[in-house]
Design a protein around this ligand. Structure first.
Ligand SMILES: Nc1ncnc2c1ncn2[C@@H]1O[C@H](COP(=O)(O)OP(=O)(O)OP(=O)(O)O)[C@@H](O)[C@H]1O
Ligand SMILES: [Mg+2]
Length: 595
C-alpha cells in the first residue's frame, strides 16, 4: 500500500479506535486477541469498501493542495480511461493534463470563483482524452476538505463518465432543434398559405363585385337596346304617318289664300309636324337606326346653316354669336349628325336662358391632342381635332346632376317640354365619331359643352343647302307602295309642272316603262317594296335604258346601301318623309345634271 493508502488507513483506524473509546493501558492477552480480530475485521471491511468503490462507475481521486496537486488516492476503476492508478500516484500522468484544452480556461475560472466565495462543493462537466485519444465527457463532483483550522488541505473528486448521457442530450437537443426548425418552417408555410388564401378571398370578392357591376351594366345595355329597338320600330311607322300628314298639309297650303285663318292654322300644324319629325329622328338616331354615310364636310358650313335655323326659333332676347377660329375644319362624318349635335346643344342652351335672356356662343377651334391631353379623354386617341363649343350664360347645371345629364330620359324639364333624349343622342353620336364631349358649368353663370371631332386635312367639299322651290315640265314615273305617298307625289309634282305616272307596284311600273321607255325623263322609286325592291327595279330599268335618271326614296331607318346604289347608276336619294322643297330641289338637280 502506498503512502496515501497508509494515511487513509491510519485515519480510518483512528476513527474506528476512537469510536470504541480506546484506553491507553497495557492490553491484556484476550484484549490483544480482540484487537487483532477487530483489526482483521476492519481490514476486511476496507477491502470490501475498496471493491465496492472499484465496481462503481465513478473514479475517486484525492489530491493534496500542494504544488503540482499530487494524487494521494485514486481508485482502481480509473483504468476505464486507459491509465493506471500508478501513473496518477507517481505523477506520470496528471488529471489536469488530460483535460481538453478548450475546457481548461473555463474550469480554472470556476475554481477560482468557488475558492473566493468559500464554496466547498462544486460540480462541473468537461472533456478529457483517454489514453487511446478518445474524448470522454466527465461529470466532476469535487469537495474541498479542510483541517480543524479550516484550511483546505485536500480535494476529493468523484469523476463520472457521462459521455453516453451527453450524446443522448446532444441528440435530444438536435432533435428538438430539428423539430423547432420544422415547426417554424411549417408555420411559415402555413402563414404563406394563409396570406395567399386571404389574397384569394379578396380577389374573389373583387371579381364577384366587378361581375355584379358588369351584370348590371349588361342589363342596362340590354334594356337600352330593347328601348332603342322598340322606339326605332315605332318611330319608323310614325315617320310614314307623318309623311302623309305633312304632304297633305303642304298640298292644302297651296290651295289656301296666304294670310287666311286656315292658312295660319295649317302653318302652325306644319310647324308642329316639323317638331314631331325632329323628335322621331332623335329616337331613330338613338336606336342607331339612321346611318347616313360619312362624307367629307366643313363643320363651319353646317354650323352656319344650323345657326340660321336657330335664329328663327330662338327668342330675340338671346344673342347668338358665331366664332370660327378654325383654320381648317374638314371632318368625315354624316353631316346630319353634326346638325343634330348642334340643335340639341343650342336648344338646351336657349332653354337655360329663356327667362332672362343671355348670349349663346357657338365656336370652332383647331385642337391638337397630344399624348398627355389624351389622358384627360380616355376615349380618344392623340391627333388633330375640331373643337365645337356651345356656350351659354344660362342658369347652369347643378353639380349633383352633371354626371346624369347624358343618361337617356334624364330631364329636369316639365312634362311636355323635354324627353331627356337630347344629350343621350349627342353622346351616342360623339362616340360614333370617335370623338369626345365634356362639360363645364357653373350654377347661375352658364354652361359650356365642348365636342371634339377627329379632323382630316383634305380640302373642302361644301355640303348643299336648300333653296326656293324649283319647277319643271319633265315626265316622271313615281313608284311607292304607300298609297298616301303616291297621292301626295301625284298632286305635288303635277302642281310643280311635271307630268307624272304614279304606280303602287314595282312590277306594274316596270311594265309601264318597258312598253314606253322613251316617254319618261326621270324615275322616283321607293326602296322597300314587296315583290321587287327599289334597287332591283332600278337595275331592270337601267338595263332597258342605261341613261334614265333614278332617285331612290328611303326612310331614315333603312340602311342606305349608297355605294351599291351609286355603282348601279342611281343618281340621288331622298329621305322620307319628304319635304316639298327638298324633293323639288333634288328632282331639279338630277334633271339638270343630265342636261
Ligand atoms: N346648357 C344647359 N344649361 C342648363 N342645363 C342643361 C343644359 N344642357 C342640358 N341641361 C340639363 O340636362 C338635362 C338633359 O338634357 P337633354 O338635352 O338630354 O334633355 P332635355 O333637354 O331635358 O330634353 P330633350 O332634349 O329630349 O328635349 C336637361 O333637362 C337640363 O337639366
Ligand atoms: Mg335637350
Amino acid at each position: 500500500m502506498n503512502e496515501g493508502g497508509q494515511v487513509r488507513a491510519g485515519r480510518m483506524r483512528d476513527r474506528v479506535v476512537l469510536g470504541r473509546r480506546w484506553m491507553p493501558t497495557e492490553p491484556a492477552e484476550d484484549e490483544t486477541e480482540r484487537l487483532r480480530e477487530e483489526l482483521l475485521e476492519t481490514r476486511k471491511r476496507l477491502r470490501d469498501f475498496k471493491a465496492l468503490i472499484n465496481r462503481s462507475p465513478a473514479a475517486v481521486f484525492l489530491w493534496r493542495v500542494t504544488a503540482g496537486r499530487p494524487v494521494e488516492f485514486v481508485c482502481g476503476n480509473v483504468t476505464q480511461f486507459g491509465y493506471t492508478r500508478k501513473e496518477f500516484l507517481d505523477g506520470d500522468v496528471s488529471w489536469t493534463a488530460i483535460i481538453h484544452p478548450d475546457d481548461i480556461a473555463c474550469l480554472e475560472r470556476e475554481k477560482e470563483e468557488c475558492a473566493a466565495r468559500g464554496i466547498d462543493k462544486f460540480t462541473r462537466e468537461y472533456r478529457i482524452f483517454t489514453r487511446s485519444g478518445e474524448i470522454r465527457w466527465i461529470e466532476d463532483r469535487t469537495v474541498a476538505i479542510r483541517d480543524e483550522r479550516g484550511i483546505t488541505t485536500h480535494y476529493q473528486g468523484v469523476l463520472l463518465d457521462v459521455t453516453d448521457r451527453k450524446r443522448l442530450e446532444e441528440m435530444l437537443c438536435n432533435t428538438r432543434e430539428e423539430l423547432e426548425r420544422r415547426v417554424a418552417e411549417r408555420t411559415a408555410e402555413l402563414a404563406l398559405v394563409n396570406e395567399e388564401l386571404q389574397l384569394d378571398i379578396a380577389m374573389r370578392r373583387e371579381a364577384e363585385e366587378s361581375r355584379r357591376q358588369l351584370e348590371q351594366m349588361l342589363q342596362q345595355a340590354q334594356k337600352m337596346e330593347a328601348i332603342g329597338t322598340l322606339a326605332g320600330g315605332i318611330a319608323h311607322d310614325f315617320n310614314n304617318i307623318l309623311g302623309g300628314i305633312m304632304g297633305f298639309t303642304e298640298l292644302a297650303l297651296l290651295d289656301i289664300p296666304e294670310g287666311s285663318p286656315a292658312c295660319l292654322n295649317l302653318k302652325q300644324s306644319l310647324k308642329a309636324q316639323h317638331r314631331a319629325i325632329e323628335m322621331v329622328n332623335q329616337i331613330l338616331a338613338f336606336g342607331r337606326q339612321t346611318e347616313g354615310d360619312p362624307i367629307p364636310v366643313k363643320v363651319s358650313t353646317i354650323v352656319k346653316e344650323a345657326v340660321k335655323l336657330l335664329r328663327m326659333s330662338i327668342p330675340a332676347m338671346i344673342d347668338i354669336v358665331l366664332k370660327n377660329d378654325a383654320a381648317s375644319d374638314m371632318v368625315i362624318v354624316d353631316p346630319t349628325r353634326i346638325h343634330q349635335i348642334l340643335m340639341n346643344l343650342c336648344t338646351n342652351a336657349a332653354h337655360a336662358m329663356r327667362e332672362r335672356g343671355g348670349r349663346l356662343t357657338v365656336s370652332l377651334f383647331n385642337v391638337s391632342i397630344d399624348l398627355e391631353a389624351a389622358l384627360a379623354y380616355p376615349e380618344i386617341l392623340p391627333g388633330l381635332y375640331i373643337e365645337l363649343a356651345v356656350e351659354d350664360t344660362g342658369h347652369g347645371i347643378d353639380p349633383q346632376i352633371q354626371d346624369r345629364i347624358f343618361d337617356p330620359f334624364f330631364t329636369t324639364k316639365k312634362p311636355g317640354e323635354g324627353t331627356g333624349m337630347g344629350l343621350a343622342v349627342v353622346y351616342g353620336i360623339v362616340k360614333d365619331f370617335k370623338g369626345a364631349i365634356d362639360l363645364d358649368s357653373q350654377p347661375g353663370k352658364g354652361t359650356r359643352f365642348r365636342v371634339l371631332i377627329p379632323a382630316i386635312e383634305s380640302r373642302e367639299e361644301e355640303c348643299t343647302t336648300t333653296g326656293s322651290i324649283p319647277r319643271g315640265r319633265e315626265r316622271i314615273l313615281f313608284v311607292d307602295d304607300e298609297k298616301c305617298l303616291v297621292r301626295i307625289a301625284e298632286q305635288l309634282l303635277t302642281r310643280l309642272g311635271y307630268k307624272i305616272v304614279a304606280s303602287m307596284s314595282s312590277i306594274e311600273a316596270l311594265e309601264a316603262f318597258r312598253s314606253r321607255p322613251e316617254s319618261f325623263d326621270l324615275v322616283i322609286t321607293d326602296l322597300n317594296m314587296p315583290d321587287m325592291t327599289g334597287i332591283d327595279l332600278s337595275r331592270e330599268l337601267l338595263h332597258i335604258r342605261a341613261d334614265i335618271p333614278i332617285i331612290l326614296c328611303t326612310g331614315f331607318s333603312e340602311q342606305i346601301i349608297e355605294e351599291k346604289a351609286r355603282k348601279l347608276g342611281i343618281r340621288e336619294f331622298i329621305f322620307k318623309p319628304f319635304i316639298m322643297s327638298t324633293m323639288a330641289q333634288v328632282i331639279r338637280d338630277v334633271l339638270e345634271r343630265r342636261e
